[in-house]
Design a protein around this ligand. Structure first.
Ligand code: AMP
Ligand code: GLY
Length: 424
């Protein structure tokens, strides 16, 4: 099969690494990819939202399958765009249609969906820019801290947890006045849930699904889950506290009702669904959906999958996933992010990365790297590299991930030192 993978981060490097191992893969292109993905396939200088460019490429190169890493092309309707064009209508794109991608694209859409289909979630109300007074009046209903969420996509920054009434009021005013642009002209007020976070990923063909191993990511920049939210500073897979009983409750209360709900609502979903969960006591609550895999969770999840992922992806639009199962590797994987000092605020780019030879051929996924004009590997983003370790125990996996991460260097390298330790 000829495969085109869209995206350029650590998640896409991990997907490319896994797809390239499939005996079914004859050719893999990554658009636009990064210096790491060149080890798995060929990078193509096309943006994941340049639908016309991507369609022309797919037709010319006889691409058989498109795999989408990030949410932007899905929310912008890549699935609908490809299927509406006779030249590409037969090329399956793994992901939901634009309407179904609203599960990630709009918090208000997602909350209404959860309520409509009886999926446990935190209590909430939503308000638009013309309803500031009502929103301010509703705040005390939620107690403290209170969670404020911009309705639309805000580059992972649209969720604020406000510890005081004063802060909540001023943030609410700022959000409804356009703090996050269009994304926050509607705001969701939500009750704060206390529990343990984890994520579950399903691959759905619209009827049936397979679950990937569970993962837990570490979103805050600082140790002990302190400081600003980031895209994710590390991940472990599978989640040690995800007992078979808990996984069964998650399937019964979240996964199946979601797939049934999509069908009832006439939403076509053939792709990955990410369930962001808070486990309160023994009970799962759904905090959010994403219409793609997580980053950096994918960098820990892919190495745990023994089965041929490409064969499974091909089934999504082919024979379907009925009866499909996923074989897993034994043990655990852990991923540690090497970030650029200052992230998630401002940080420098263009810093040279050294230590590659010491790290050997271990699993180091590129997230924000580039090649300088003279061919040196340099930083180009806030999250620079993802070091993944594997082991029979989570402790072993973490040790390996940290040992590798320690060998790689760039100026102002920042690593959170406590990834996974609360989960051991
Ligand atoms: P989201 O973008 O919805 O995943 O939110 C980002 C982060 O905010 C989540 O990973 C949680 O850590 C936190 N969060 C979101 N909603 C809630 C909630 N209702 N209660 C507690 N924490 C939350
Ligand atoms: N790591 C969280 C996300 O990918 O949304």
């Amino acid at each position: 099969m000829n495969v085109l993978l869209l995206g350029s981060g650590g998640r896409e490097h991990a997907l490319a690494w896994k797809i390239a191992q499939s005996p079914l893969c004859s050719k893999l292109w990554i658009a636009p990819g990064n210096p790491g993905t060149t080890g798995c396939g060929e990078n193509v200088a096309l943006s994941p939202v340049d639908f016309d460019g991507l369609k022309a490429f797919c037709t010319q190169k006889k691409v058989d399958l498109v795999v989408v890493g990030p949410e932007a092309p899905l929310v912008a309707g890549i699935v609908d765009n490809f299927s509406a064009d006779p030249a590409t209508a037969d090329i399956p794109v793994i992901g939901p249609t634009r309407d179904a991608a609203q599960l990630e694209g709009s918090k208000s859409f997602a909350k209404r969906f959860m309520l409509r289909h009886g999926i446990p979630t935190a209590a909430y109300r939503e308000f638009n820019a013309g309803q500031l007074e009502q929103a301010l009046a509703a705040l005390p209903e939620f107690g403290l801290p209170v969670v404020l969420k911009a309705d639309g996509l805000a580059a992972g920054k649209g969720v604020l947890i406000c510890p005081t009434q004063t802060e909540a009021e001023s943030e609410l005013r700022a959000m409804l006045a356009g703090k996050f642009g269009e994304a926050s002209t509607t705001v969701v007020l939500e009750a704060f849930l206390t529990g343990r976070e984890m994520s579950v990923f399903a691959l759905s063909d619209g009827q049936n699904y397979v679950l990937l191993p569970s993962a837990k990511d570490y979103k805050r920049i600082g140790e002990g889950d302190s400081g600003l939210n980031t895209g994710g500073m590390g991940a472990v897979c599978p989640v040690p506290f995800a007992s078979p009983g808990l996984m069964q409750r998650i399937e019964e209360r979240m996964v199946r009702p979601t797939l049934e709900g999509l069908k009832k609502d006439g939403l076509v979903y053939q792709g990955f669904i990410y369930f962001g969960l808070m486990i309160v006591g023994d009970n799962p609550f759904l905090i959010e959906y994403n219409c793609r895999l997580g980053d950096p969770e994918t960098q820990a999840v892919m190495p745990m999958i023994k089965s041929d992922l490409l064969a499974l992806l091909a089934r999504v639009s082919g024979e379907g996933l009925k009866g499909a199962s996923l074989q897993l590797e034994p043990g655990y994987a852990a991923t540690v992010i090497l970030a650029s000092g200052g992230y998630p605020d401002t940080y420098q780019t263009g810093l040279e990365i050294s230590g590659w030879s010491q790290a050997g051929d271990s699993l180091v996924f590129h997230a924000g790297t580039a090649l300088s004009p003279d061919g040196r590997l340099i930083t180009s983003g806030g999250r620079v590299l993802a070091s993944t370790g594997r082991g029979g125990s989570l402790t072993d996996a973490l040790q390996q991930a940290y040992a590798q991460a320690g060998k790689l260097n760039f100026e102002k390298k920042f690593i959170r030192k406590d990834i996974g330790f609360d989960a051991i």
